[in-house]
Design a protein around this ligand. Structure first.
Ligand code: DAH
Length: 356
């Protein structure tokens, strides 16, 4: 009997020590100490022993039980520590990893310049508004005071949508003037950057390009405010305080009077310097919002007035960063982007510098 107990103890301790993981250890525990476990079964034979043998035998069985329990507890600790170690190793995350010395991603100059322009106008109290790339004839033309069949519609080389005669790819961001004014009551002070489309493609025209629209409507805004606003903008954008601007009378159906604005520059062989010399370069169209446009969107032109402007983002990027060819903007050449692109996390602000 004693031998049998010794070998049981030996066998169980062996099983505990060799349990490779917590699950197996638990199975060993149940087989040894559970309701039908080996030690429990031996304990049950106690009653069939002669009275004088019961006590010493019971003590020996209890000692085996205690030894097995103790071994299980010790083994569990070892296995738990190992399991935690393995988990930590598998889920290792080195938070001290430094950024890559040469970040690969670069912001496209159009993105950069859009953010720069937005930062400048935000400082002047403009909110950013948006509209869809695919818009309808009403927002793109009719509400902006283009008469039906008027040649001004053809000026725009419009892309139409097959099967939807009323839809167009917007030819300018002026659509957002209409959307903004129809969405709520005046006053308005917004810019709307976005994509625009015209069926035109050569060295200086891309069928998809970018504009920023501006709109200010309140009770007393006049042409002087428009000039001041654009002058301040250009000086902030080109980061110099002597940018010469020239306002030339022009025509747009949605403004009266209308003007085109040129910036003074010097063109040499393959260089263009802003703010010097005697050449002029057109950068935007603008004017006082036509009373008919205000009427079209339900704003009383006798009570409200203001100005609007539309600026080519791509051209501003070319001027500021000396990028000679518009077509390269949209060729998706990574070498080009590496050369002309901007670091992704340097958000332009007027106080910390627009481009760094
Ligand atoms: N939408 C015009 C264009 O794309 C640009 C423009 C001119 C916008 C005058 C305006 C404006 O808001 O007042 O040719």
């Amino acid at each position: 009997m004693a031998d049998r107990l010794d070998s049981l103890r030996h066998e169980l301790l062996e099983a505990v020590d060799h349990a490779p993981d917590l699950k197996t250890l638990d199975e060993v525990r149940v087989q040894a100490l559970g309701k039908k476990g080996r030690v429990t079964e031996v304990m049950k034979t106690l009653g069939s022993l002669p009275a004088e043998e019961r006590k010493p035998f019971g003590q020996r069985v209890n000692a085996v039980k205690a030894a097995v329990e103790e071994a299980i507890a010790a083994r569990r600790e070892v296995l738990e520590a190992a399991e935690l170690e393995a988990k930590l190793e598998a889920e290792r995350l080195d938070v001290t990893l430094p950024p890559r010395p040469h970040p690969i991603g670069r912001l496209h100059p159009v993105t950069q310049v859009t953010e720069e322009i937005t930062a400048i106008f935000a400082d002047m109290g403009f909110a950013v508004a948006e509209g869809p790339d695919v818009d309808d004839d009403f927002h793109n033309f009719t509400a902006l005071n283009f008469p039906p069949e008027h040649p001004a519609r053809e000026m725009h080389d419009t892309f139409f949508i097959e099967g939807h005669p009323e839809l167009v790819l917007r030819t300018h961001t002026s659509t957002v003037q209409i959307r903004t004014m129809m969405a709520g009551p005046p006053p308005y002070r917004i810019i709307a950057p976005g994509r625009t489309f015209r069926c035109d493609s050569d060295a200086t025209h891309s069928p998809m390009f970018h504009q920023v629209e501006g709109l200010v409507i309140d009770r007393s805004t006049h042409m002087g405010h428009l000039k001041g606003c654009l002058q301040d903008f250009c000086e902030a954008f080109f980061e110099r305080d002597d940018v010469p601007l020239r306002f030339r009378p022009s025509f747009f159906p949605f403004t009266e009077p209308s003007a085109e604005v040129d910036i003074g520059c010097r063109r040499s062989k393959d260089e263009l310097i802003i703010g010097e010399g005697s050449d002029w370069m057109e950068i935007l169209g603008c004017g006082m919002v036509h009373p008919a446009v205000l009427e079209n969107v339900g704003v009383d032109p006798d009570a409200w007035q203001g100005f609007a402007f539309g600026l080519g983002i791509d051209r501003m990027a070319m001027l500021k960063y000396g990028i000679p060819d518009l077509r390269t903007f949209f060729e998706a050449d990574l070498r080009w982007l590496k050369h002309y692109g901007f670091a992704a996390l340097d958000f332009p602000t007027t106080f910390a510098g627009l481009a760094r």
